[in-house]
Design a protein around this ligand. Structure first.
Ligand code: PLP
Length: 466
């Protein structure tokens, strides 16, 4: 029958139980447009409530974004007050008090001379903006060949065309087109998957030398930017070797390659700082992209911090009339900026201190899950962590394991009162930053039981030898 429905009898009416005609992110072809995802009806603090009225700890804080927690009255008030004062203004020819104030506040907090900001609608558009700024700048500077973008396996940078072309997680690109000819990918700085027997120091050297060799092979005059999450988030909370980011940054500086830190996840408190590049990793990027936690997910907002140096070069160029033909209707949205300003106040009014106080406890509580034989490694930093399941600890091989194992753990945890973010064979935990020590213990305990129940299932079904 294929596409020919319109030539035949009219399609039957949808049964009453049909899911809403809503297409959610990342569907498979076999389920697209006909998929049901769990309904959440409310949230409060670190908890959400599902359609059955069951209260769940929001383990992933939505998508690493509900940093101050759900149902925050101060953010709701900020949003309402701004909507009643000025609901929108065109950034093409006007500005607003909250966007000016937020730009000043972020410039004062960003490392080094990153004292300008371009606001976007989220993380993908932030990364897209950073990349297009690089292309524009190199055109204006007459370096029209300097456009290659370097990213890493395991990275995630978004779903718009250029940003998505940088993605390096398994399955991200299998069925999608992209600007692949403009992108080169380096090895993920994943210590857990480093070659057997290689020391951390040797692994770090290998990663840096791989980049150096790429620059030599392609030519520094052809590489425009290196884009990296300080900690690869969706790739499985990959914390790189100690000196890696500093050394990659130095290589960029030596070769006039922009170092773009994608802090869409790591900024705004997840690692205990507003921006993590400098505070946590001692690195001063040329640009920082951010989103998510900037408004704690209450309003879609993102942005790129850009250095004064970068703009000065453009202003001094021979092409003062060259147009950066890029902008979004909702760039610098006044409501988003008002929410972000209030969010910043909340983070700095105690939440950052709280994150720094409870992070060790969070990491240690989850680390105990390594006692379970299905768990290959628990790793993380600040209030982000990943529990990676493996078939066996000799090969650390996830592939012989049921790759739906994360979903199985999620299903058990849901019954026990915890929402987890399943990522193939991994569970990512990044709760609202207001989580208390007791709630951390409860979360880790549920996850322990959920994994133990999954192990029983796998053995019973003959999928894992235990
Ligand atoms: N960059 C990173 C590091 C991310 O984790 C994400 C989203 O998860 C993005 C970019 C894309 O952000 P958005 O989904 O807001 O477009």
């Amino acid at each position: 029958q294929g596409y020919a429905l319109s030539d035949g009898p009219s399609a039957p009416a949808a049964p009453a139980s049909q899911p809403a005609p809503l297409v959610q992110p990342w569907p498979t072809a076999g389920a697209i447009g006909a998929e049901e995802r769990g309904l959440l009806q409310s949230g409060d603090g670190i908890y959400v409530v599902d359609a059955h009225g069951r209260q769940l700890i929001d383990g992933p804080a939505g998508m690493w974004c509900v940093n101050v927690g759900h149902r925050n009255a101060a953010l709701a008030d900020a949003m309402r007050d701004q909507a009643m004062a000025l609901s929108y203004n065109s950034p093409w020819y006007t500005t607003s008090q909250p966007s000016d104030a937020l730009a000043e506040a972020l410039a004062a907090r960003a490392p080094g001379d990153l004292n300008h900001v371009f606001f976007t609608t989220g993380g993908s558009s932030a990364v897209e903006t950073a990349l297009r700024l690089m292309q524009f700048a190199n055109n204006v500077r007459g370096r029209t060949e300097k456009k290659l973008m370097v990213s890493r396996q395991g990275g995630y940078h978004g779903s718009t065309y250029l940003a998505a072309s940088l993605n390096g997680r398994p399955r991200d690109q299998d069925w999608m087109d992209g600007a692949g000819s403009l992108v080169r990918k380096l090895t993920s700085p994943d210590p857990f998957r480093r070659p057997a027997g290689m020391s951390m120091a040797a692994f770090e050297d290998f990663l840096v030398e791989e980049f150096r060799a790429l620059i030599a092979a392609e030519g520094a005059d052809r590489i425009g930017a290196f884009v990296a999450e300080p900690i690869q988030a969706s790739g499985g909370v990959i914390v790189p070797p100690e000196g890696y980011l500093k050394r990659m940054r130095a290589l960029c500086a030596e070769n006039d390659i922009l170092f773009i830190a994608d802090e869409v996840v790591t900024a705004f408190g997840r690692l205990g700082s507003i921006f993590a590049s400098q505070d946590v990793f001692g690195v001063e990027p040329d640009m920082i992209t951010f989103a998510k936690g900037v408004t704690s997910g209450y309003f879609p907002l993102g942005g790129v911090m850009v250095s004064a140096r970068f703009f000065e070069v453009l202003r001094q160029s021979n092409h003062p009339d060259a147009m950066f033909a890029h902008g979004l209707t909702y760039s610098s949205h006044p409501i988003g900026c008002a929410v972000a300003l209030k969010n910043l106040e909340l983070l700095e009014g105690g939440i950052l201190d709280h994150v720094n106080a409870v992070s060790d406890h969070f990491q240690q509580s989850l680390k105990r899950l390594e006692a379970l034989p299905l768990v290959g490694e628990v790793r993380g930093k600040g209030l982000m962590a990943c529990v990676e399941c493996v078939a066996d600890r000799v090969s650390n091989n996830p592939l012989t394991l049921d790759l739906e194992v994360g979903k199985r753990i999620d299903a058990h945890c849901h019954e026990l009162g915890l929402l987890v973010r399943p990522l193939i064979n991994m569970c990512v935990m990044s709760p609202p930053l207001t989580i208390t020590r007791e709630q951390i213990d409860e979360m880790a305990d549920i996850l322990y039981r959920g994994i133990a129940m999954t192990m029983d299932d796998l053995v019973r079904e003959g999928l894992w030898k235990g």
